[in-house]
Ligand binder design. Sequence first.
Ligand SMILES: [Zn+2]
Ligand SMILES: [Zn+2]
Length: 296
Amino acid sequence: MRNNPYCNNEGTWLRGSFHGHCVEHSACASIPLAESVANYENIGAGFVAITDHDHITDLSETEKNHPNLVLLQGFEYSSRENMIFVGKHVEPLFKLPLEEAIAKGSDLLTVIVHPRPHADGRDYWTKPMIEELGVLPDGIEVYNGHYGIATAVARGRQPLYAEFWDEMLTAGHRLWGFANDDFHDPEDFDNAYNMVLVNEVSQFGVIQAAKSGRCYASTGLQLESVSLDENTINVVVDAPCKGTFIGPGGQILSSAQETTNFDYIGNNEAYIRFQGEGETGRIFLQPMWLQDTEER
Ligand SMILES: [Zn+2]
Ligand SMILES: [Zn+2]
């Protein structure tokens, strides 16, 4: 159910990044495909997607060496504001106008990447641009690890897009939040990931869970549990942090410091979401819509 993506906590949590590149097929990347996939297996990832710029990288050989890792095909639509397309099998939809590509890729995971604020302050993925697509993608990066590394920050980039996410959610656009390494270079590993609650450990299972919001975004903080009883949301995380429930307009509904256990009683807000920030990193849960039963 879209109103509360966590209403059914059954399944297996898998960790992974939906956005990354390899030196073989992205001029901006420095790491070979085999090396990056091996790195992900070593840090305990359950899945990883390769999204080269306007190119679908063949993963059939890599798959043979990593039978325990779910490998996802994809590409990053790059001839205009960027968006990743990820799935079990992906067609070269980057040859089409983006509006058509999203419409044709309805079985794929589609995520707007590193939206705004953007480095030079230029118009990049504004709300009207997204509205003009006609079909809403599944989600938006709320954190892009590649834009948070020291060399990127020195160039004026920044990795956090939660404010823009709230702008979209406030306008009624139900986008899920994702955190990805967007790996290009050695320093891009293990900075940002998603925890996805899958019914089956497979490409289909990961995409289905991500498209229905049975996932959360993290840079290190992890979820222990989330529950909803009547209108009371309870969130427990794995390390003390500053935890905040946020509603329309990015309004802070409640906030607590240095604890792992957070409660909020919904008060007719159009949406409610939780985010935390502590020494071990950040966490962003998906929004919940307690007040209506309308599907997207
Ligand atoms: Zn790139
Ligand atoms: Zn990228």
